[in-house]
Design a protein around this ligand. Structure first.
Ligand SMILES: Nc1nc2c(c(=O)[nH]1)N[C@H]1C(S)=C(S)[C@@H](COP(=O)(O)OP(=O)(O)OC[C@H]3O[C@@H](n4cnc5c(=O)[nH]c(N)nc54)[C@H](O)[C@@H]3O)O[C@H]1N2
Ligand SMILES: Nc1nc2c(c(=O)[nH]1)N[C@H]1C(S)=C(S)[C@@H](COP(=O)(O)OP(=O)(O)OC[C@H]3O[C@@H](n4cnc5c(=O)[nH]c(N)nc54)[C@H](O)[C@@H]3O)O[C@H]1N2
Ligand code: SF4
Ligand SMILES: [Mo]
Length: 904
């Protein structure tokens, strides 16, 4: 992807043939190493770093498409005050002045920061130090509250510290991997591939998935447990009881290194009789899982948002950990509970204490010794004594006026917090809102009084920590565009302007990193897990060249220590006062539906999009996999509710509503509906699912239960439907329903409306704005009310619009491909209005492999023809699945489906 050279503020360095930079992927917590190459003309290409221990050269579909997200269109390149371009001085003085004034008038708790696991550690460290140490309030929280807070709380309850004990190699060495509430195949694809490869090598290795939905991850599972939403505490309580009865207890480990087993067991046993009802699972499935777990020594239990994002999330975490403590399966090769992190720097955020109830360097805000230690280290004038507001409460406080100035950085709360319309209202009311962003227009930026342009991936510089505690460098390989600056710099400037210059004398990220490493080792003496004191003296050059390093890395230890030596707790030594782990009694609390609602809304992710799509949404190939928000429903529910496949559905809760496409599938549990979290007000009319999601939180972690909202799901009675491909982004989209995505050569747009009579010409004009000289072809079927339009400029297709009273059946991939094709033969132009390829030109169907643009029809044909009967053979024949491998489980599913078709 080539960037626009004219948008650079700083002239590029003298031309060199190629620059090659080792950096880290900015998406998920796997933390893959990336090699970015910039050629003489400024074009960037990326590939996996074969030497990085997280991925050994692999990248998933999102990582592989990184170069396509680097264009400068839609970027925020200058500070803005009140929507008008301002200088940095003006903007920074205003932010510092307004925060200082608000604190003077209303106290430190009247201001707040809301940050992100997409910060670099250095950004995060400065933000936390400024708020907790110098402003003197705990009011800094982050989107990690929506992500990892239950794991943090569960770890602290059990271990006395927020420690992930294991490493990725444990996942490969395990004989049983249990994946709970984790769609690893789509959300941590490279770790998923590592497990899949290990299982290929050792076919005796078993995988169990626990998820209400059968997902792409279940494709490699020997057993899939389609658990009732929220049934996890009951499941692991049941397992705990079973393990004691089956003789799987490690009595020595329990006696030497733990306390509290009896009470935990009593609570678990108390509800054994209800196990099937509580989990929604059959006795046979439960027995199969329990026996497998009891009979396998090397077990890793991986868990993610199906566990954390629950009003009982912390208990879910502890119910899992209890089973590992009981069997002593922790911190040894191939064993342990493994909370896999979502964001690239979720772990770094936890290290610096970015959550409102933590202090820096894994110290506690409520612990007087920790408080004293951090206060002395920072020489902080006003170190906060009390935890601040957690994300959901923080925005409630903005709404009720107790927080009067808020600074949002690297996150989109108007889309990602529950009850999101309320969050928008809160920001509307808030007297002073600052947003630091890389993009000019998000659903949050429109509420900003001050907008500050941040450096993005490829421009910013610092460190991130992945799920296995490995710190890697993100390095800049592009010039800073416009006037964008690093988040750490912006925060430092504000701190200085608020009068704290001497404590914020950072000139480069390395300065911040050294201080962070020093604090981790300060008066540590083995009493805290997080320790990077081995890097305290790292000079700027060594920081530039730093290789990935896993913590703990204590002063005096050799750098190149093997991962095996980095595991925690095989010999106990937990971070509680008596150095023993705690069994936590976890009570089953069944989910109840609100009166008047009949289904549970589950939400999450799709393979090729990242959160609110500000970056992945730029890459056409990432949109080709799933281009529209959808509601995944079981056929029984769809029948009962009169919902037709590919029709539209309205999902309504007490809080709000969304309209999305129906996806009717047996893979979904009855009574559940799943909607992805990615669509926003920028690319859809009503796809913001967090407007519907309920705000109640887990009482211990404060994490909202984003996966279980009582809803009704009903057909959305549209009177007309449409599909368009467009060279240019339309200014307005006059339709009740739409979903807009990038495609090669332009945009693709799904439409629907409720208007009695559709004014097709007005719609056409709004979407297409034809120029004089354009050739316009139209087809109208007045009896069926179907109309189709195509516009050619110099023989090249610039727009096509299909509308009718039924969902449009045209082939999306065919039309999208025509948009990026050369001039069409005049005879073929009319044919385009058929909406699908002619017999001579096969229709590839919906894209499965986004790297090589291979569609479902092409793959299915090859399978049915008998030319490709395994995933590898499909790869050989069609290349599908041979680059990033993210689609391999979907190809496997197609092979299974075709075999059924052939034999059935
Ligand atoms: N493609 C892609 N990858 C990503 C991201 C992305 O946006 N896109 N985001 C990253 C981030 S920040 C995160 S946090 C991770 C999240 O990674 P995951 O946690 O794997 O992803 P989710 O889709 O949120 O949810 C996982 C699964 O939990 C299931 N689930 C729902 N309710 C329950 C329940 O009660 N019990 C159980 N056992 N399961 C349940 C859902 O059906 C879903 O399949 O992904 C990271 N990776
Ligand atoms: N219903 C539902 N809601 C959810 C979830 C769910 O599963 N279901 N998952 C939750 C989870 S786990 C998470 S992590 C959140 C994620 O939700 P968000 O954090 O809101 O999502 P992002 O789109 O990643 O937002 C990051 C923003 O920062 C900008 N950005 C990117 N890089 C930088 C940078 O270097 N500096 C600055 N200043 N800005 C930058 C991006 O353009 C983008 O606007 O969503 C949560 N919300
Ligand atoms: S698995 Fe994919 S998204 Fe995650 S870090 Fe690796 S390349 Fe990036
Ligand atoms: Mo997350």
């Amino acid at each position: 992807m080539k960037r626009e050279p004219d948008a650079y503020a700083v002239p590029s360095a003298p031309a060199v043939v190629e620059t090659v930079t080792r950096t880290t992927c900015p998406y998920c917590g796997v933390g893959c190493g990336v090699i970015a190459t910039v050629d003489e003309g400024g074009s960037v290409s990326v590939k996996g770093d074969p030497d990085h221990p997280a991925n050994f050269g692999r990248l998933c579909s999102k990582g592989s498409a990184l170069a396509e997200t680097l264009s400068l269109d839609d970027r925020l390149l200058h500070p803005e005050v009140g929507g008008i371009r301002a200088s940095w001085d003006e903007a920074l003085d205003l932010v510092a002045g307004k925060f200082a004034e608000t604190i003077r008038e209303h106290g430190p708790d009247s201001v707040a920061f809301y940050g992100s696991g997409q910060f670099l550690t250095e950004d995060y460290y400065v933000a936390n130090k400024l708020m907790k140490g110098f402003i003197g309030s705990g009011n800094i929280d982050t989107n990690s509250r929506l992500c990892m807070a239950s794991s943090v709380a569960g770890h602290k309850r059990a271990f006395g510290s927020d420690t992930v004990p294991g490493t990725y190699t444990d996942l490969e060495a395990a004989d049983l991997v249990v994946l709970v509430g984790s769609n690893l195949a789509w959300c941590h694809p490279v770790v998923f591939q590592r497990i899949a490869a290990a299982k290929d090598k050792r076919p005796d290795m078993k995988v169990v998935t626990v998820d209400p939905r059968r997902t792409a991850t279940s494709e490699i599972a020997d057993l899939h447990l389609s658990i009732a939403p929220g049934g996890d505490v009951a499941l692991f309580n049941g397992l705990l009881v079973h393990l004691t009865r089956a003789g799987a207890v490690d009595s020595a480990y329990v006696a030497d290194h733990t306390v509290g087993l009896t009470e935990a067991l009593n609570v678990a046993a108390g509800r054994s009789a209800d196990l099937e009802a509580d989990t929604g699972l059959s006795r046979a499935d439960l027995d199969a899982f329990f026996d497998l777990f009891a009979g396998t020594e090397k077990v890793v239990t991986v868990y993610s948002q199906g566990v954390n994002q629950s009003v009982t999330g912390t208990d879910k975490v502890n119910a899992i950990i209890n089973c590992h403590l009981l069997t002593g399966r922790i911190g040894r090769e191939g064993m342990g509970p493994f909370s896999i992190t979502g964001q690239p720097n979720a772990m770094g955020g936890r290290e610096v204490g970015g959550l409102a109830n933590q202090l820096a360097a894994h110290m506690d805000i409520g612990n007087p010794d920790d408080h004293d230690r951090v206060g002395r280290f920072w020489q902080a004038p006003a170190l906060a004594h009390e935890p601040g507001l957690k994300a959901v409460d923080l925005f409630k406080a903005v709404a009720d006026g107790s927080v009067k100035a808020v600074w949002i950085m690297a996150t989109n709360p108007v889309d990602s917090l529950p009850n999101a319309d309320e969050v928008a209202r809160a920001l509307e009311l808030c007297p002073f809102v600052v947003v630091t962003e890389v993009m000019k227009q998000t659903d949050a930026t429109k509420y900003a009084d001050v907008l500050l342009p941040a450096l993005g991936w490829g421009e910013k510089d610092g460190t991130v920590t992945n799920s296995e505690r490995r710190v890697s460098r993100q390095r800049a390989f592009l010039d800073a565009p416009g006037e964008a600056r690093g988040d750490w710099w912006i925060l430092t400037e504000v701190a200085c302007r608020m009068g704290f210059a001497s404590a914020f004398a950072y000139e480069r990220p390395a300065d911040v990193f050294r201080e962070h490493a020093a604090l981790s080792g300060f008066e540590n003496e083995g009493n805290r897990d997080f320790d990077l004191s081995g890097l305290v003296d790292i000079d700027d050059k060594a920081f530039d060249e730093m290789l990935p390093v896993q913590w703990p890395f204590r002063a005096g230890e050799p750098t190149a220590q093997a991962s095996e030596d980095k595991r925690f707790f095989s010999a106990g030594r937990f971070y509680t006062p008596d150095r023993k782990a705690r069994f936590i009694p976890t009570e089953v609390k069944p989910l109840a539906l609100d009166a008047g609602f009949d289904m549970l809304l589950n939400t999450g992710r799709v393979r090729d999009q990242w959160h609110t799509m500000t970056r992945t949404g730029k890459a056409a190939r990432l949109t080709s996999h799933i281009a529209e928000p959808f509601a995944e429903l079981n056929p029984v529910d769809a029948d009962r509710l009169g919902i037709l496949p590919a029709g539209l559905v309205e999902v309504t809760s007490r809080y709000g509503r969304a309209v999305v496409r129906a996806l009717v599938t047996e893979r979904q549990r009855k009574g559940s509906v799943f909607v992805p979290m990615h669509w926003t007000g920028q690319n859809s009319a009503k796809g913001r699912i967090d407007a519907v999601v309920a705000p109640p939180t887990d009482p211990i972690s404060g994490q909202p239960g984003l996966k279980a909202t009582a809803v009704n799901t009903r057909p959305y009675a549209a009177r007309w439907y449409g599909f368009a491909v467009l060279r240019d982004r339309p200014e307005t989209i006059p339709a009740d329903y739409f979903a807009l995505g990038r495609s090669r050569g332009g945009y693709r747009l799904e439409l629907a409306g409720r208007d009695e009579t559709l004014a097709v010409d007005a719609l056409f004009d709004a979407l297409i704005a034809p120029l004089p000289g354009d050739e316009r072809l139209a087809y109208h079927d007045r009896t069926r009310h179907v109309s189709r339009h195509a516009v050619f400029r110099n023989g090249v297709l610039v727009a096509a619009l299909f509308v009718g009273p039924e969902p449009v059946a045209a082939s999306r991939s065919y039309l999208v491909d025509r948009l990026s094709a050369d001039a069409m033969d005049p005879r073929d132009r009319l044919k385009l209005l058929a909406g699908r390829a002619g017999a001579e030109e096969p229709d590839k169907g919906a894209i499965v492999c986004s790297c090589f643009d291979v569609g479902v029809n092409t793959i299915t044909e090859a399978i049915l023809a008998g030319t490709a009967m395994t995933v590898d053979a499909v790869g050989k024949a069609l290349r599908a699945g041979t680059n990033c491998g993210s689609c391999r489980s979907e190809i496997g599913r197609l092979i299974d489906a075709c075999c059924v078709q052939k034999t059935g």
